[in-house]
Design a protein around this ligand. Structure first.
Ligand SMILES: [Fe+2]
Length: 291
């Protein structure tokens, strides 16, 4: 018996509409794979939902004869809608998110005035990860680390020598994600970033977003060593105090993400649209002055 390789084959799928990167993470020694942070397409002005991005990922899994074991959400995204239930229906696999999803569901259940039919216990998911929980993708060993700050339920998934950081960090020249959504906290985010930077220096880091700062091409992979040395918000040992001051000031200047209202309503339900109303149709709400 040879040793299982812990170097997953990672394929990124960039979504131009939301600057999100979704991943297929494959065990090099078997057909097992996971999908991380999938995207469902929405034309919000038209109220139209399509699945081009998810269909590309489904085709990749099928064309390569892969077996989908996991659908992972690093957090409840506020800038794109998850396609996890659509993909799960076609390919199977278990849907997982951080256990603190219950806090997010409680917060946004109130914001959207959801009724009692909206469960706030995370039961829309197959697995709720606590800090340090482990799982496998074929022979790959995976571990979820609680990295809150951007949202209370954010997790970083360490899979072999790769880590999927969600919105904890951006590329070195992108810095870090905002921490001003309900339940967000810049000081907590700083501490979470230190957990990621404490991984081995050669850990491959995969971003959930990239915006190509200063006109550079879109990139989504770096290393712990690169982030420690060059991250513009936390690199070169920047202090927590400086980070919190900078992050809080910056966040005060940012507009709400264009898709935050539909994203939260869908993603807090594990990617499902709100249930059909009496006419058999589904609707998304806009809380007036509610966010
Ligand atoms: Fe996010």
């Amino acid at each position: 018996m040879h040793a299982q390789s812990q170097t997953p084959i990672v394929t990124g799928f960039f979504d131009e509409a939301t600057n999100t990167i979704s991943y297929v993470v494959k065990d090099p020694d078997s057909d097992a794979c996971a999908i991380i942070d999938s995207v469902m397409d929405i034309d919000y002005a038209a109220g139209r939902i399509t699945y081009d991005h998810a269909d590309r990922m489904i085709a990749h899994v099928r064309d390569n004869g892969l077996k989908l074991e996991w659908l992972i959400e690093t957090h409840v995204h506020a800038d794109h809608l998850s396609a996890a239930p659509y993909i799960q229906k076609k390919l199977g696999g278990k849907l997982g998110i951080g256990a603190k999803i219950t806090v997010v569901q409680d917060t946004f259940g109130k914001v959207f005035n959801e009724g009692t039919e909206f469960q706030r216990d995370g039961s829309q998911f197959d697995r709720l990860f606590e800090d340090g929980d482990t799982y496998t993708i074929g022979g790959l060993r995976a571990r979820a680390i609680h990295t809150p700050g951007h949202t209370p339920a954010c997790m970083t998934h360490v899979i072999g020598d790769a880590a999927f950081v969600g919105d904890t960090l951006f590329m070195p020249d992108g810095g870090s994600a905002r921490a001003d959504f309900p339940g967000g906290d810049a000081a907590v985010l700083y501490d979470s970033i230190q957990k990621v930077l404490a991984l081995p220096d050669d850990t491959r880091l995969f971003m959930c977003h990239d915006y190509g700062p200063n006109g550079r091409e879109i990139r989504w992979e770096t290393t712990v060593a690169e982030e420690k040395a060059h991250n513009i918000h936390v690199g070169e040992g920047k202090s927590k105090e400086d980070f919190v001051k900078f992050r809080t000031e910056r966040d005060g200047t940012l507009d709400m993400p264009k898709l935050i209202i539909p994203s939260l309503q869908v993603n807090m339900r594990g990617g499902e649209l709100p249930p059909a109303e009496a006419d058999g149709k589904r609707y998304l709400k806009v809380p007036v002055n509610g966010l």
